[in-house]
Write a protein that binds this ligand. Sequence first.
Ligand SMILES: Nc1ncnc2c1ncn2[C@@H]1O[C@H](COP(=O)(O)OP(=O)(O)OP(=O)(O)O)[C@@H](O)[C@H]1O
Ligand SMILES: [Mg+2]
Length: 414
Amino acid sequence: MHENGSYDGPTQCQSSLGMGSTGVSRETHDPLTIVRGFGVSDVGGGSRAARFGFGFTVAPQQPGGLAVGGPRAMVNDPPDADPVSQPTSAMPVYEGSGGPNTIVSAAGHRGKGSEIDSVRQAREPEDPPLAQEAKRAIQILNPSGEIQMPRPPKTRVFCVANQKGGVGKTTSVVNIAVALALHGNRVLVIDLDPQGNASTGLDVPHHAAIPDVYDSVVNETAISDVVQAVSGIPNLWCVPATIDLAGAEIELVSMVARESRLLRALQGHSAAYDYIFIDCPPSLGLLTVNALVAAQEVMIPIQCEYYALEGVQQLSNNIQLVKNHLNPALDVTTVLLTMYDRRTRLADAVEQDVRAHFGDRVLTAVIPRNVRVSEAPSYGQSVMTYDPGSRGATSYFEAALEIATRGANLGAVG
Ligand SMILES: Nc1ncnc2c1ncn2[C@@H]1O[C@H](COP(=O)(O)OP(=O)(O)OP(=O)(O)O)[C@@H](O)[C@H]1O
Ligand SMILES: [Mg+2]
């Protein structure tokens, strides 16, 4: 329990990082009060900018959101398609110039050691606020730099699905993607939900006229032409969803190869990434089927609430149908318990049920219900950078670490 009475999460989430949330977390120090879904009722000092519903950003002094780094190109170059040749590091350090994705080694050297160090030191004050948040996040989450998130031998494509709404699909995609990217993995998030929540959470422009996933799925535009680099987070890209996607379910019905259009758009481009996470809408319609056909792995976030498992059987049936007829490689590899509240016996009962049903596919890390997790999108940030010391951030860090470790242990997954 926090000083302020907020709940900190289950025991297994308080382990390996060896730190409490006080001292580094804003959980006990920040006076801001959030009105869920509509941003902040009091925008105090500090570098963050609160975002109000409908995409407005309030940035009175020092914007930490959209304004950072000046105007941004709509479409950014995806990474080179050679994952093996890129440097890997537990704690990537990136330079203040040369683009958001320029990484040097864990020791901070890419070539001439001291020269680069002094240049970097000289540049450090110029890092945009978001890049500083990312650096700070790594320092807090992985202070010794010893924890590695090994890159998989080949691209892992996750469909993150649960037709039940509001269970934490998008939140999990955003935070796990950021955690993996901050630790040297090259990650693509595909927002396949017309709500566009993943695009909002990563602060990627997704208003009408922006090239988006609709163009890929309906108009056969290559994924590389609709991808955007995520500002301030090295190694992270996003294919946004705009309002156009709202009509896609209906348009797809009469299209040729309607179930495999996302797969086609990805072909030839996926090898550029270590991880691709597809954030699905809360339905089992054609968009979700496209995600299931394009992926090898399914991640099911399950909220620790009553009715949690209701609908999961139907999801499992659909996954089996897709596996039988369209994508034999598909498997549910990862189940993530979200919004766990240890104060309730119900959460414990749900956890036991889910573990009995899915066995070791359920991650040991459990995501607690944590107010910082729900505040972060208001600032166009993940909780990993918004409040790296919070229980939400450390739990997502542990979940990402487990996913990475499992992938490495499994060898070539998918
Ligand atoms: N661990 C958490 N603690 C507190 N709030 C959370 C947590 N995880 C998610 N939330 C909040 O719960 C709400 C639903 O989360 P999210 O949007 O990730 O679910 P979803 O499954 O993607 O929803 P949808 O089905 O609409 O796409 C959001 O307001 C989010 O901020
Ligand atoms: Mg969502």
